[in-house]
Every structure is written in C-alpha cells, then in structure tokens.
Write a protein that binds this ligand. Structure first.
Ligand SMILES: Nc1ncnc2c1ncn2[C@@H]1O[C@H](COP(=O)(O)OP(=O)(O)OP(=O)(O)O)[C@@H](O)[C@H]1O
Length: 255
C-alpha cells in the first residue's frame, strides 16, 4: 500500500481536543493543500503525519507500515517536514544549513549524491547567490526559502510543508508552488498548509478543509472552494476571478 495515511487520529493538547477522528491520505504524485482558519489544527495534523507528534487514538501509516514502529532514521529519509518559522537560524552558512537536510542519509554516505541534492535544493529555492551568507543575516522570506531548501535536500518521497509561502513575495510564492508541482510530477507526495486560497485552488490537486480540529471536507479544489464552505468555515464571502477564489469581504458586510 503506497501513500501516507492518517486513520482516525484523535489528539488532545493542554486538556483541549485539537484533532477529532482525522482521516486523510497523501498519495505519491499529488499536492494536497491543508486549509482552514487559525487554530483549526492544520499544523498539528501535519506534525502527526510527520511522526513528530503522537496521537491519543488512531494511527499513521506510511507505505503500509505504522509510522510509530519505524526507526527514526528510516522515517526521516522517507518524510521531510518543513516547519513554520520557529527559532531563528544559527550563524551557519546557508549552504551548510541546507546540507543538514542530508543527515538522515549518513548511514549510506554518498558525497556525490549529497552534494547534488544540496545544489539542487539551493537552485530550486533561488538561494545559490546566498549560499555563503550567514543564515542569521537573512530576511524573513529568505529564511523561509532556506527552511524549504533544507527540507528539499532530504529528497524524501513525501514532503510535509507548514505554511511555506506565508512570508514570500508573489514571485517566490509562485515559484515554490510550481516546485511542489514538479515534485509531484516526479512521483513525490506533497502536503502543504496554506492560507492563500488562490494558490491552493491553482496548485493543489486536492484540498483538505479543517475547522475546530475536524476535517470538514476534502476533494478537488472546485469541490472544496465553494461559496457556502468559505462562508461557513472562514466567515467570508468570495469573488471568483478566472476560476480562482479570492476572499472578498467578511460575512455580513456588503460584498
Ligand atoms: N502544545 C499545545 N498545547 C495546547 N494547545 C495547543 C498546543 N499546540 C496547539 N494547540 C492548540 O491546538 C489548536 C490547533 O493548533 P494548530 O497550530 O494545529 O492550528 P493551525 O490550524 O495550524 O493554526 P494557524 O493557521 O494559526 O497556524 C489551537 O487551538 C492551538 O491553540
């Protein structure tokens, strides 16, 4: 059985139920967008799928095996996780930090392959010119691309990316979403948390819509980005421009 699956995942944190009976699948060759309001549980779901957070009930299966039973190194070679901005990066050179993405492969050391993966990740994220800069001197958007480059350098079959374009300018956001499309075309599976509904509709093969810890809908973007769902889940009305959905006004305000 190929793919990454969450089955009936339920989780409470700090005495609050943050995931309720979540069922979701990520197949090789697809980009799945995870959308929903602040606090809906998107990051938590991604962390559970990455094996970084356990669940109270349910299970996560990676290619038919329970994630919880896999060796950490094995899991790290198969699942790459791109976190939301956390602690600032250390004063290491950009290229050296990206190379840390190769750590899961150290058991089967292959310097040529490692070098190629790092170069490809730097090129894919537009960081070649910044490779010799200390990472702690980068701008917010440049740091976001650095986190992505490190995650890409793993060359894992599955990439889980938490708001990778939130800090990016329009050109870089489009470039990153196009990169995810190319990864999927090459047979990888990508799950990406997004707040930009236009990018979600344009670049994702499927969308998972969350609210209050529950997956309330999943399917093709046209099935999910309906006026009724956007009103019910986000409390906004939308305008449609060339088939894209643009959040337009708060529900109750004149559109
Ligand atoms: N360690 C924790 N302890 C208690 N509550 C937590 C913890 N981590 C997350 N939560 C709560 O779980 C809920 C879901 O959080 P999560 O970060 O998954 O939301 P999200 O959908 O990614 O939100 P955002 O769009 O704001 O990033 C929130 O209400 C959050 O306050």
């Amino acid at each position: 059985m190929t793919g990454l699956f969450a089955r009936g995942v339920t989780l409470s944190l700090g005495g609050r139920r943050v995931l309720h009976d979540a069922h979701v699948a990520l197949a090789a060759g697809e980009v799945v967008g995870v959308i929903g309001p602040n606090g809906a549980g998107k990051s938590t779901l991604l962390r559970v799928l990455a094996g970084l957070q356990g669940a109270d009930a349910g299970e996560v299966l990676l290619e038919g095996r329970a994630l919880s039973a896999m060796m950490p190194g094995d899991r790290a070679r198969r699942l790459s996780f791109l976190p939301q901005e956390g602690v600032p990066p250390p004063p290491m050179l950009v290229a050296d930090l990206v190379a840390l993405g190769r750590l899961p492969h150290r058991g089967a050391r292959n310097d040529v392959r490692d070098h190629a993966a790092v170069e490809a990740a730097l090129a894919e994220t537009g960081l070649l010119d910044l490779r010799d800069r200390p990472a702690n001197q980068l701008s917010g958007g440049e740091r976001a691309r650095l986190r992505l480059a490190r995650a890409l350098a793993v060359e894992a079959p599955y990439l889980l990316a938490d708001e990778p374009v939130a800090a990016l300018d329009p050109a870089h956001a489009l470039a990153v979403m196009a990169s995810f499309g190319r990864l999927a075309d090459a047979g990888r599976g990508v799950a990406v948390v997004l707040h930009d509904l236009t990018l979600a509709g344009r670049f994702c093969h499927r969308l998972v819509l969350m609210r209050d810890g529950r997956i309330v809908a999943q399917g093709r973007p046209a099935e999910i980005l309906t006026d009724a769902a956007m009103r019910a889940v986000y409390g906004v009305t939308v305008r449609r421009v060339d088939d894209a959905v643009v959040p337009w006004s708060l529900t109750g305000e004149p559109a």
